[in-house]
Design a binder for this molecule. Structure first.
Ligand SMILES: Cc1cc2nc3c(=O)[nH]c(=O)nc-3n(C[C@H](O)[C@H](O)[C@H](O)COP(=O)(O)OP(=O)(O)OC[C@H]3O[C@@H](n4cnc5c(N)ncnc54)[C@H](O)[C@@H]3O)c2cc1C
Ligand code: FES
Length: 254
């Protein structure tokens, strides 16, 4: 993990209040796994950095792509940054998703809202290994859809929206495909979604990525602690440095 000023080479709104931000710098060559994140200092006005997942990496351009939704003041201020500006970034942080599946196996990727971005780079890595990728993507409404075509280019996609304006009305857990051929699942999204996915897919090997609020992002402040299960026996873990990716049976989801 390093700290560097990365150059903004692309920044555009791709859906309602959702932005694509492409940053060029050395951090792009340090990304080891999908599911890792960068910590952004939006400006000196904001004491805390904002964590955002790495949604894609281009080794050719030396860039990482982030997809972020405006949630509050920090992400709102980020939208004012322009191509050519530099951003103070720490990363890549976290352990990320292990990409160990073998050619011919099948993966189920389940993403909700701002949990969808890290699954895109994961889908690319899995398909590159010959793994068949099935994605279930959940959004609030049609205006919030992003990267649907990009996911479709990599495998099958089931779409859900809360209001039914696109895809199936409901939650990602209402649109899961047949699990008969699935060897492993990977999920990222709001806590309530992760909890329901874990319950529904009980018994299937999986990985969940937790996008909890963070402080330091480097394992020093304990702002992001999460309780582990009795069988895991690790007590409390830090989402930023021990995660954000865990086995579902390891952690207690609230
Ligand atoms: C490991 C990790 C990866 C993340 N990846 C992405 C990503 O790829 N794209 C993306 O858009 N966001 C991502 N997030 C969430 C992002 O960090 C927050 O949305 C952002 O920090 C909010 O900052 P803000 O100043 O705009 O909002 P704040 O003013 O801090 O908060 C505004 C509102 O957003 C809610 N909020 C804040 N943090 C989170 C969070 N972590 N999850 C859900 N709601 C939150 C608050 O409860 C509040 O209601 C990630 C978070 C983590 C921990
Ligand atoms: S955010 Fe400080 S320990 Fe995780």
């Amino acid at each position: 993990m390093i700290r560097e000023w990365m150059s903004i080479v692309n920044h555009q709104e791709i859906a309602s209040q959702t932005y694509l931000l492409e940053l060029q710098g050395e951090i792009s060559s340090l990304v080891k796994r999908p599911g890792q994140f960068v910590h952004i200092q939006v400006s000196s006005q904001y004491f805390l950095r904002r964590p955002v997942s790495i949604a894609d990496v281009s080794p050719v351009k030396g860039t990482i792509t982030l997809l972020y939704k405006v949630m509050g003041d920090g992400t709102e201020a980020l939208t004012n940054k322009r191509i050519g500006d530099k951003l103070d970034i720490v990363g890549p942080g976290g352990n990320g998703f292990p990409v160990e599946q073998k050619e011919g196996e099948e993966a189920l990727l389940i993403g909700g809202g701002i949990g969808i971005p890290p699954l895109y780079y994961l889908a690319k890595q899995l398909t590159a290994r010959g793994v068949k990728v099935n994605s279930v993507l959940g959004y609030r409404s049609k205006a919030d859809l992003f990267y649907v075509e990009e996911f479709k280019a990599l495998g099958s996609v089931q779409l859900t929206t809360n209001d039914g304006s696109a895809g199936k009305q409901g939650f990602v857990t209402d649109a899961l495909p047949s699990l008969a051929n699935i060897d492993q699942y990977y999920t990222c999204g709001p806590s309530i979604m992760l909890k329901n996915v874990k319950k529904k897919l009980d018994g299937l090997p999986g990985y969940i990525s937790i996008e909890e609020r963070m402080g330091c992002g480097i394992g020093a402040c304990f702002a992001c602690v999460l309780e582990t299960t009795e069988s895991c026996g690790k007590g409390y873990v830090r989402v930023c440095s021990d995660g954000p990716v865990f086995r579902p049976e390891e952690v207690v989801l609230s």
